[in-house]
Design a protein around this ligand. Sequence first.
Ligand code: IPE
Ligand code: IPE
Ligand code: MG
Length: 242
Amino acid sequence: MASSASNVPNHLAIIMDGNGRWARQRLLPRSAGHRKGTSTVRKIAYACSDRGVKVLTLYGFSTENWKRTGDEVGALMGLYERSVRKELGEFHRRGVQFRVIGRINEFPQRVRDILLEHVEATKSNSDLILNLALNYGGRAELVDGVRALASKVRAGEMDPDEISEEMIGRSLYTGDLPDPDLLIRTGGDMRFSNFLLWQIAYTELYVTKTLWPDFDEPALDEAFRTYGARERRFGAVGEKLR
Ligand code: IPE
Ligand code: IPE
Ligand code: MG
């Protein structure tokens, strides 16, 4: 059953966790979990587009994920490359604008090229904005933003006193996007793992034990229903408490 419009977040962010555990439960290599996870990405991205989500930000690889074995990192790189290449036609047909956030300059050239090619090819699409966070870290993003602002101050283009919350927000990779309304983490862990630290100040959090490869449309709708029943107060006294 599809969610009603008021249950649908404008900007949904997802920490896609649990691929390794999914594979281990089946005595498969971790890479098999990542492979299955990419088919969930496709399904959930299109489900979000169908439900009217405007921005979907997916955590694909953190700045800390380099700590994994070379084999696993290599398998992930290969998967991003192949799956993004495979999806381009469908992205276009559905009006998906594909973006990448993170320090992808540290990715292998081949992977970087294919990602940027797709960003360029879909930049005029205006349905769903699909933001893929790769080599992304919330702290790295703040460092990059602060560096950009500091350069402007040094160049005499700006006074330090002018720095505002809005300006910091705009200096981030997500600068032109609204903050996420809902953050879903699959796999059951109750933490943020360095994802969108600045942007989630007032984001609703939804953690499910379901592992990412098992996450499906009914699970998405359940998250949206829960989200729809929340009262977002943003620090004020809400309707139910007045
Ligand atoms: C998330 O699944 C995918 C990436 C971090 C790339 P994991 O690989 O972290 O899966 P678990 O947490 O070990 O189950
Ligand atoms: C977060 O998952 C990163 C991604 C989903 C890409 P991790 O599996 O890396 O997070 P931790 O290590 O459990 O905090
Ligand atoms: Mg994990």
